[in-house]
Design a protein around this ligand. Structure first.
Ligand code: AMP
Length: 497
């Protein structure tokens, strides 16, 4: 078995690696580090959790140890799709480069240009950035990319999902042809294949096992229900989620709860809070500082439930997550693999529970064919849907600073690139009033049922699902009362004299 000392890494890097407690290189590290140290391009097909960050950071630090940075001309560049991932790479860099004098700058949205400009002006060895923010700096004339010797593209498949590929191509063209490229992607979509053919020169191609194949530590279960009425599926899934959390008791130390849409992330987090659960949302429309605070709280154990969209949680390195709940079955099977991979890390056991309704059947089939096994059915606990009653300060907050809508429009106006695209989860439209005659024709209240069979499920199409989701939110508004919509003047006091 390869040891770190077999790899020709700088002794300062080796000592940092040993301080980090790593004993042996992971497969991607063992295979990517030698060609990277020889100056060869690397194409790594690997997911997060495989140790891929160190597989490019360690050789970069070793290679950059000789030489000095010049003002405004970074010597290396790491591109990551989201702010959180970029920040995580920067943290990794700090750990592995702690015995060197190498400098770095992190260019991400939500941080003032001024501070970042100062760092770049001084000269940095490693520039870690999201693509849009990097181009913003470049276009302001504050940055030259002609000194880049090593360029890393991390999570290229996510860049593709987020529409960053044209930016990546442009950045490739701004850097010298002679640069070394280390390129990582979890999958090789045709578009990714195309840019690697165009911009990588004879790369060492390294593919490591998919995370799904190494998930014996994760106990997966599927909790299927047939809602008492179609338009109550959102409400009843929230009740089921609470019942599942309660039935897990102390075994559920903390959990990431995934929703497919940002708007639902907010509603589910708010609903859990109103029922006394310690929950907070994370998605790309929230302020950067708020996202960081929420993540820090979750990492240090002061926050128990993180309600997340796929992109916001993708690649985040939080080793001790006891449970993952898929509040929604993901519509891309690959996301299922990424989501459940947030638990059962670093040799720990984890549980991944998925809530499903009949309309999810086709997504479930795609997942089972991807992971090549059925998700075992769990026993649905008793649950009763009860209304959410957000505390007053929450209602005010949601209509104000921390609310999804207002921060969304704020971030829109701030930057045209990655601040907008920091989270590519599908955008939901505001609730609309849509008449659904079939649902109205069957108004009787039945208790929600665990699903016995799926035969009726295929009758509910995507259109029905959308309509029902909208109706769910209408129900929600009825329960909340005036809630967020209370005009400001009604809350003011008036002088009578
Ligand atoms: P990554 O795939 O880069 O997100 O890394 C996933 C996790 O593995 C991180 O928590 C790293 O700190 C950890 N890690 C990276 N390399 C090693 C190693 N050789 N041995 C043990 N843990 C590692």
């Amino acid at each position: 078995m390869t040891k770190f000392t077999d790899l020709a890494l700088d002794p300062k890097v080796l000592s940092a690696v040993s301080d980090a407690g790593y004993e042996t290189p992971t497969p991607i590290q063992a295979q990517a580090i030698p060609p990277a140290l020889e100056g060869q391009d690397v194409l790594g097909i690997a997911q997060t959790g495989t140790g891929k960050t160190a597989s490019f950071t360690l050789p970069m630090i070793t290679l950059l140890a000789k030489g000095r940075a010049r003002a405004r001309m970074p010597r290396s560049l790491v591109l990551a799709p989201t702010r959180e991932l970029a920040a995580q790479v920067a943290e990794n860099f700090d750990i592995y480069a702690k015995n060197t004098k190498l400098t770095k700058a992190l260019l991400i949205g939500g941080v003032s240009f001024g501070e970042q400009d100062k760092l770049i002006d001084k000269g940095v060895d490693v520039l870690i950035a999201t693509p849009g923010r990097l181009l913003d700096h470049f276009e302001r004339g504050k940055l030259l990319l002609t000194g880049v010797q090593i360029m890393v593209v991390d999570e290229a498949d996510r860049m593709l999902d987020m529409g960053f590929i044209p930016d990546i191509e442009r950045i490739f063209q701004l850097t010298p042809f002679t640069r070394q490229t280390l390129f990582f992607s979890a999958t090789m979509a045709p578009e990714i294949e195309r840019i690697t053919n165009a911009f990588l020169h004879n790369p060492a191609r390294i593919e490591v096992a998919r995370q799904a194949t190494a998930s014996e530590n994760i106990e997966q279960k599927l909790f299927s229900i047939t809602p008492s009425r179609r338009d109550r599926s959102f409400t009843e899934k929230r009740a089921l989620l609470r019942a599942l959390i309660e039935s897990e008791g102390e075994a559920c130390q903390n959990a990431i709860i995934f929703c497919n849409r940002k708007i639902d992330v907010d509603v589910v987090a708010k609903s859990l809070k109103s029922h006394g659960f310690d929950a907070a949302p994370i998605h790309g429309d929230l302020d950067q500082s708020q996202r960081m605070r929420t993540l820090d709280g979750f990492r240090d154990g002061t926050l128990r439930f993180l309600v997340a969209s796929d992109v916001a949680a993708r690649g985040l390195d939080i080793p001790a997550v006891s449970h993952v709940f898929n509040f929604d079955v993901p519509s891309h099977a690959e996301d299922y693999v990424h989501r459940i991979g947030r638990t059962g890390r670093a040799g720990r056991k984890g549980r991944a529970y998925t809530l499903a309704v009949p309309a999810d059947d086709k997504y479930l089939s795609a997942i089972t064919s991807l992971i090549k096994k059925d998700i075992p059915a769990g026993e649905v606990p008793d649950f009763t849907a009860s209304p959410d009653r957000p505390p007053r300060e929450d209602r005010n907050k949601d209509g104000g600073r921390d609310g999804g809508r207002s921060s969304r429009s704020r971030s829109r106006s701030r930057s045209r690139r990655d601040e907008d695209r920091s989270d590519a989860a599908p955008e939901a439209k505001p609730a609309e009033v849509v008449e659904d005659k079939r649902a109205d024709a069957a108004p009787e209240e039945r208790a929600p049922q665990p699903r016995q069979e799926r035969s009726d499920s295929r009758s509910e199409g995507r259109g029905d699902r959308r309509r029902n989701d909208r109706r769910d939110r209408r129900d929600e508004e009825v329960v909340v009362g005036m809630g967020d919509h209370m005009p400001d003047f009604l809350t003011r006091s008036f002088k009578t004299s």
